[in-house]
Design a protein around this ligand. Structure first.
Ligand code: PLP
Ligand code: COI
Length: 376
């Protein structure tokens, strides 16, 4: 089913938006863009058909989609997405962070949801072409970035429960400020034992829409307890910490006079293999920290908070970057990691190392940054 067709940049049809935002409108929208609320003038779009593969790629005006009411995404939820960012560089060019890794994860998500894989080259070309078209929307504000949201949905009009024969890939771009309205101040998280995110053999490793739909009710429960995210525990025993609803988790533990950086293992396939997570693991190792990817019992987290050996907890992801966790709430009560309004030193060190690479103020020794052709 996977199409080998590679759609090249030159084959993209560009249909400029006949009514783009004026410079003044754009400037006004970009003053303080809350996450996911401001969108650029264009989207990238590539349809797929079982008989034709990927075809007719285009950059076109952002507008409502027209879908048949029987489109199978509306009924059976074949929908996967990605999230990554473009950063304005000191020389004015625009670079994306690890688009290859996001393109590869997109393929893994598609495979799990029985959807056709989009070649990584095409994934990158579509986003490059969109960024080039809408480069005026890439923020210059040091705290703002352009969030890119690739999406694939099943568009075939058919009510049979089977993989669809038609899909649409699209990318939209959204200039954004910090994900949390509170900025990077510590957040509180609710450890849910009532609900589960995904079970072994489920879709936890895929960035599919259903995972997020199922998280909304527990997320509201978390909010009602004053928490901004659910801390998911494993579905089988509710014993091990997995991740947050849209972020991975790290723990900084004291080990004698040393600090150990610990993050839940992704081996069980129930967590999203975060690209920020993988990058921070590398940065932490390079800085000489002992790093552990392993099962993290929730009891260990609570006892380390209680005895003071839990030095820092932080969440990480494309949207959240590195965000400190100040409090963990659970059925056992409230567990305060820190009363400090600032993030801890290890979180701050790793955040700064990552952001400096993304912003082009530190050398990109890992080859993580991809300059968008034509923006230099
Ligand atoms: N976990 C979940 C459930 C997510 O939605 C995200 C965000 O994409 C992450 C983790 C972090 O992944 P990444 O660092 O690749 O953005
Ligand atoms: C991201 O960080 O890209 C996410 O997708 C998290 C959330 C906004 C869904």
């Amino acid at each position: 089913m996977e199409s080998e067709t590679i759609v090249t940049l030159s084959s993209f049809l560009v249909e400029p938006n006949p009514r783009p935002a004026t410079e003044a409108e754009r400037a006004q929208k970009m003053v303080s863009p809350a996450f996911g609320t401001v969108f650029t003038d264009h989207i990238a779009m590539i349809p797929w058909h079982a008989d034709r593969g990927w075809h007719d790629p285009r950059i076109t005006a952002r507008a409502s989609l027209s879908l048949d009411p029987a489109a199978s995404v509306l009924h059976y939820g074949q929908a996967v997405f990605e999230g990554f960012k473009a950063y304005r560089q000191p020389d004015g060019s625009v670079a994306t962070f690890r688009p290859n890794a996001h393109g590869e994860r997109f393929i893994r998500s598609c495979e799990r949801m029985a959807m056709p894989g989009l070649p990584v080259e095409t994934f990158i070309e579509a986003t490059d072409r969109l960024i080039l078209q809408d480069r005026a929307w890439v923020p210059t504000h040091p705290e703002h970035t352009m969030y890119l949201r690739p999406l694939m949905i099943a568009t075939e009009a058919a009510l049979g429960v089977r993989r669809a024969q038609e899909y649409l890939f699209l990318v939209q771009a959204s200039p954004t400020g910090p994900y949390f309205a509170s900025g990077i101040r510590p957040i509180a998280v609710w450890a849910s034992r009532e609900y589960s995110r995904t079970a072994p053999g489920g879709t936890g490793m895929a960035k599919c829409a259903g995972n997020y739909a199922a998280s909304l009710l527990p997320q509201e429960q978390a909010r009602s307890k004053g928490c901004s995210q659910v801390m998911w525990l494993d579905a089988k025993e509710h014993r091990f910490v997995e991740e947050l609803g849209g972020m991975n988790l790290f723990f900084v533990l004291a080990h004698g006079s040393d600090k150990v950086v610990v993050t839940p293992t992704i081996e069980g396939g129930t967590l999203l293999a975060g690209i920020t997570r993988a990058s921070l693991l590398e940065l932490a190792r390079e800085r000489g920290y002992r790093v552990e990817e392993r099962l993290v019992p929730f009891d260990e987290v609570l006892s380390a908070i209680a005895d003071g050996t839990m030095l820092e907890i932080f969440a990480c992801g494309t949207a959240a970057v590195v965000t400190p966790v100040g409090r963990v709430l659970s059925n056992e009560g409230e567990h305060v990691v820190t009363e400090d309004e600032q993030m801890g030193p290890v979180s701050a060190e790793l955040r700064s190392a990552l952001v400096s690479i993304q912003r082009g103020t530190a050398p990109d020794t890992h080859g993580w940054m991809h300059t968008v052709p034509g923006t230099g």
